[in-house]
Design a protein around this ligand. Structure first.
Ligand SMILES: *[C@@H]1O[C@H](CO)[C@@H](O)[C@H](O)[C@H]1NC(C)=O
Ligand SMILES: *[C@@H]1O[C@H](CO)[C@@H](O)[C@H](O)[C@H]1NC(C)=O
Ligand SMILES: *[C@@H]1O[C@H](CO)[C@@H](O)[C@H](O)[C@H]1NC(C)=O
Length: 771
């Protein structure tokens, strides 16, 4: 008897240990134990989601419905539906910003990838998707464990329009094509692509639209009215969102705090119902930024009553309010006749559909796809290795005179490691992060290759005094080489904290110059920052031989920096944003949204597409330890664009005109440029091929626009042919002053590195009867 008990107890322990995951998460709805409800149509997985949603909505009262319009959604106990917290974040790893996610217990941390601006610098779309896959594995594991939701309000794909923006770090940079590709790739990784309509987790692209100012010179995001032209919306601000919805098939878009041309984005039916749902066909829900509905009532006084604000939001297309506002005021709005119950049904059918696609109405999570993911799937060695790999791929070598890098490890000769960011942990993960699995600081990373003499130089990045300068200079005098790890952190650039200027804070510049002058050996400057820094002084200082930009490189950032400094990894990152000199800001209010320059008022224009003045380092800049030569293997010099004969019967239409994209037969129309990339240097390496185009002179066009990018690895001496496919209507078109996309006929110049190739576009009129 006793032995049998022991046997069963052992069996029990065995089952306990092997039946992962621990059943910590009770089913959100439709539990197999819920005998009253589990057989109702909305719980039945053999019925179409559309019909399940209708069934459920038919059972809810108005009072129950309005409580589902908010991020802390109430339970409906009589139908066995639990409360749900919609707000979780996963910008570059599962984050603890947002009420839906809590670290601790079985989930003390999650893999913390580099901040997005760093990952963007890899220009590697498969890396972006891969990171999304890993993050959603960890997110599902945490959901199964009862500590996270399944709805993540990431990524942030606003254009990094102004270099001062405190949240530029969260974005993939200033170029709309890169941001669009990033959005689609990361979202595909997060949401999963193998389950048809089914979602692994639901992502959200934010903040729609023209949101890229937090707090500048007395203007903040809660009060800002962004005056934006149709042209800039169409060819800059809208592009990443369009790509996120149409190519990434994202399950949600978030509207922003700011107004666009006098209307809060979360109350604008043209932007939400018209563009996102109508033109782009979002299959998902639209959520307001947190308290944005309250903000446009209380701060912007856009409506005269809270009920009118609630009605405006829902009617414009908001399906879910981050914040309590809609739960409080929507029922009264219906009673006052400002909104109908049918409008509310539309909103909650959009949110409930996403919950059903996530499997939340399918009973026990453990019996569903991804139900086996648990604590063992978080912070795995493979995931942490990918975080390291992402940092290596994203770090950008800006300067390398000599070349001084890579350094050779000399175990017996010390190197000086100096600077307020030289031994940091949380600084490396930037904002919208979680709790990392662990960290390798720069000092620890460098310590694996060489003996280090460590000196902070400044107490923190603010660097208000020179008290620690002496020690730093002394270390540099003794060491064979000096590595300064400087830059910014969240005390300088953050949400609600835009920078006033582009120079290094406090006395950092003075420290760097003094240390470089005192240094016995070469000096290498490593910068951590999200936004660009005017480091002209260091670029021009011959005592500073090398400069490396690490962005915020994530939990393994110090290891990646060291791998690049010592040549274990050959850097291949490129800047995803222009590095401007401080003077660029002289005539550039952050509040002026215009992308295009305006010489009549000395307005310089924004980003490499429209600004032609001096830069510290241009968009796309980045060096490596080998050299690549690009040549064009073959490419067309003339390309015909089929044009609808009903619109253009004049066959002389060849050059000097622009044809509306909607008047062309564009489907699948692409030209292919075959480029040979040869690695002529002495190391294997990755090469980022950036293809720009300059359209024929048209006053509305960018002078240069990235139209394709490809990342390839080429061994030393190797040659690789890369077919670059250019979708003509999408990438060789430009948007005119009225917001209409047109293809200019005539000579388009393609720029690939130093080569220039001209393609002449000619209209070929179709459907004209020739005698
Ligand atoms: C906005 O920035 C100003 C300084 O430019 C600062 O005084 C103010 O506290 C900031 N507002 C918030 C809410 O952080
Ligand atoms: C065709 O276009 C050319 C140049 O724009 C113009 O000179 C000519 O008169 C047009 N012919 C017809 C038939 O419209
Ligand atoms: C892109 O990233 C993936 C994932 O890390 C990696 O396997 C691949 O080699 C990278 N591509 C290049 C060309 O570096």
């Amino acid at each position: 008897m006793k032995r049998i008990t022991v046997f069963y107890f052992t069996l029990f322990l065995f089952l306990l240990a092997t039946s992962a995951p621990i059943e910590a998460r009770h089913p959100f709805a439709c539990s197999s134990k819920d005998l009253a409800n589990k057989n109702l149509p909305f719980c039945r997985t053999d019925i179409r989601i559309e019909d399940r949603v209708k069934d459920l909505i038919g059972r809810l009262t108005l009072q129950e419905k309005v409580k589902l319009l908010v991020s802390t959604a109430a339970s409906v106990p009589r139908l066995g539906i639990k409360k749900y917290e919609w707000w979780s974040e996963a910008l570059h790893g599962v984050s603890n910003v947002g009420r839906g996610t809590k670290f601790g217990g079985d989930f003390p941390g999650a893999t913390s990838f580099p901040q997005v601006i760093t990952t963007a610098a890899s220009f590697n779309a498969s890396l972006w998707e891969e990171i999304g896959k890993v993050v959603s594995d960890e997110a599902r594991a945490m959901y199964n464990g009862g500590v996270a939701g399944l709805t993540f309000w990431s990524p942030n794909v606003n254009i990094f329009r102004d270099p001062r923006w405190g949240r530029g770090q969260e974005t993939p940079g200033e170029d709309p094509v890169v941001a669009g590709k990033y959005a689609a790739s990361y979202v595909r990784g997060l949401q999963g692509t193998d389950g048809g309509d089914r979602l692994k987790v639901a992502a959200s692209c934010k903040h729609y639209i023209a949101y890229d100012l937090d707090n500048w010179s007395g203007v903040d995001r809660f009060h800002f009215n962004a005056k934006v032209s149709k042209q800039d919306i169409k060819d800059t601000f809208g592009i990443p969102f369009r790509s996120c919805v149409k190519e990434g098939k994202v399950a949600s878009v978030m509207c922003s705090y700011n107004q666009v041309n006098g209307i809060p984005t979360c109350a604008d039916p043209k932007l939400l119902r018209g563009t996102i749902r109508g033109a782009w066909r979002l299959n998902g829900y639209i959520v307001s930024d947190c308290d944005a509905v309250g903000v446009f009532y209380e701060n912007q006084h856009f409506t005269s009553s809270p009920e009118a604000a609630a009605a405006a939001a829902v009617k414009a297309g908001v399906d879910l309010d981050c914040g309590p506002f809609l739960a409080v005021h929507t029922e009264n709005a219906v009673q006052q006749g400002l909104l109908s119950e049918a409008d509310i049904n539309v909103a909650i059918s959009n949110t409930i559909t996403v919950q059903m696609r996530l499997g939340m109405f399918d009973g026990e999570p453990s019996r569903q796809p991804y139900g086996n993911l648990g604590p063992k799937d978080v912070c795995t060695p493979a995931h942490q290795e990918l975080a390291l790999e992402a940092a290596r791929q994203g770090i950008v070598l800006l300067k390398n005179e000599g070349p001084v890098l890579p350094l050779s490890p000399r175990r017996h000769h010390p190197m000086a490691v100096i600077g307020p960011n030289s031994d940091v942990t949380v600084t490396m993960i930037g904002n919208y992060a979680g709790i990392a699995c662990g960290y390798t600081t720069p000092l620890q990373g460098i310590g694996k290759y060489t003996r280090a003499i460590h000196q902070p130089g400044c107490a923190d990045v603010a660097c208000v005094d020179d008290a620690l300068f002496g020690g730093a200079m002394e270390a540099a005098r003794q060491a064979d080489a000096t590595i300064l790890v400087m830059g910014l952190d969240q005390s300088i650039e953050a949400e609600f904290r835009d920078r006033a200027g582009l120079l290094l804070p406090g006395r950092q510049q003075e420290l760097i110059s003094k240390v470089a002058a005192a240094s016995k050996g070469p000096t290498i400057l490593v910068l951590m920052s999200g936004g660009p820094i005017d480091v002209s002084f260091a670029k021009n200082d011959p005592k500073i031989e090398a400069i490396l930009w690490a962005g915020y490189p994530g939990q393994a950032g110090g290891a990646a920096i060291a791998d690049i400094l010592f040549g274990t990894h050959n850097p291949g990152g490129k800047l995803p944003m222009t590095w401007y000199p401080q003077e660029y800001l002289n005539n550039l209010p952050m509040t002026t949204m215009d992308m295009r320059s305006n010489p009549s008022i000395n307005y310089p224009g924004r980003t490499y597409r429209f600004y032609k003045g001096p830069v510290v380092y241009p968009f796309g800049h980045g060096l490596g330890y080998t050299s690549f030569v690009n040549t064009i293997a073959d490419a067309p010099t003339i390309f015909s664009v089929p044009v609808d004969g009903h619109r253009h019967s004049n066959t002389t239409l060849v050059t000097g005109q622009s044809i509306r994209v909607t008047h062309t037969r564009c489907n699948g129309l692409s030209l292919v440029v075959n480029v040979n990339v040869k690695n002529t240097g002495s190391r294997d390496g990755s090469h980022t091929l950036l293809v720009f185009s300059s359209p024929p002179a048209a006053h509305w066009a960018p002078h240069k626009q990235l139209i394709a990018f490809e990342k390839v690895t080429v061994p030393t001496g190797g040659l690789q042919r890369i077919p670059v496919k250019i979708h003509v209507c999408k990438y060789l078109s430009v948007v005119d002053g009225a917001g209409i996309r047109r293809i200019p006929m005539g000579e388009h110049a393609l720029h690939i590195g130093d080569i220039r190739h001209a393609v002449s576009l000619q209209a070929q009129v179709l459907g004209v009867i020739k005698s």
